[in-house]
Design a protein around this ligand. Structure first.
Ligand code: SF4
Length: 207
């Protein structure tokens, strides 16, 4: 294959979770072509690698098919959401969609994963993500600095609780901006949280 470029493909945030329709899977195969590499990542995105010159046309075809296409690599991944088993309203589907739209694909010093759970059962494992959002009745709690890998794996710590739906997107984008502006080189998000401290981050996002 000539020079290639990867794109990150995911279905819409929806009740039922990461559901592809059979037509969407066929569209991915048809648009990407027989030479493409398609990888299932651990963060609910398919990486589709195609020749650079085909990239934009494939992206457009997949978007027409109702799929979301974001850059791969050092960016905020699309929201890793739960299955909304308690229903769209109770689990906060619209808020999760708005959050996904605001954060997916932002360039960051290292890849950032944001998890979302529609209730405290947290079946999407939000405390193992860089940033975890948990809906608690009518408000949201935000956790930061989860680290699922290595021998020093650890759970994210509570940053803010009782946040309204309207404040959720501004606070999380502020947090990501602060990381982008203040990370030391390719400092991982969890290390950044440890260095900056939860107290200082709290102050930053509340200003
Ligand atoms: S986090 Fe709660 S609402 Fe979401 S799928 Fe799990 S149990 Fe259902």
């Amino acid at each position: 294959m000539s020079e290639t470029k990867k794109m990150a493909v995911s279905p819409a945030i929806q009740v039922g979770g990461s559901l592809f329709t059979p037509q969407q899977l066929a569209d991915i195969g048809n648009a990407a072509g027989p030479e493409a590499k398609i990888e299932m990542t651990s963060f609910k995105q398919l990486y589709v690698e195609v020749p650079v010159e085909k990239h934009d046309a494939v992206k457009e075809a997949l978007e027409r098919s109702g799929l979301e296409v974001n850059p791969a690599g050092f960016v905020t991944k699309s929201l890793i959401a739960c299955n909304f088993c308690k229903g769209a309203e109770e689990a906060g589907l619209e808020t999760a969609r708005m959050l996904n739209q605001a954060i997916a694909g932002l360039a960051t010093p290292t890849p950032v994963k944001v998890g979302y759970a529609g209730c405290a059962l947290g079946t999407s494992e939000p405390l193992l993500k860089d940033i975890g959002v948990v809906k608690m009745r009518d408000t949201f709690d935000i956790y930061v600095g989860g680290e699922p890998k290595g021998l020093k794996a650890g759970l994210a710590k509570l940053l803010v609780s009782g946040l309204s739906g309207a404040r959720l997107v501004p606070v999380i984008t502020k947090l990501i901006d602060y990381y982008r502006e203040n990370a030391k080189g390719k400092e991982k998000f969890s290390k950044f949280v440890d260095r900056i401290t939860i107290e200082q981050l709290k102050q930053q996002v509340s200003e």
